[in-house]
Write a protein that binds this ligand. Sequence first.
Ligand SMILES: [Zn+2]
Ligand SMILES: [Zn+2]
Ligand SMILES: [Zn+2]
Length: 116
Amino acid sequence: MDTTGPDTDSSGTLVCKACAHADAHGWWGTDLPAESHCQDCHRYWRSHREAHCASCCRHFASNAAFDAHRVGDDCNDPAALARQDGRPRFARRETRLGSVWSLVNYRELPDFDALG
Ligand SMILES: [Zn+2]
Ligand SMILES: [Zn+2]
Ligand SMILES: [Zn+2]
């Protein structure tokens, strides 16, 4: 159950508290699970080091990871990107606020299979 996404009112209309607040006040307000928010997918995120793609709404742990999924003006599916040795370039982590893609550092994670 996703408790951080937008709610719907009794008529089924999408109600996002953060976006409603931004419309009214020009900023997200303080009553958020995290300090940043996307008006397209209504995802929240916490750290300014993280990067949210305004084109595909995928979310990345770092600017380097964000850059790696972009080719020119296009977005690549991180799950489909592989390194030259054939191993996946990205790992996806599920957090309370949603999925986060990060670049796999195989030097730090020599036993990647152990992650399951
Ligand atoms: Zn929103
Ligand atoms: Zn993208
Ligand atoms: Zn988004």
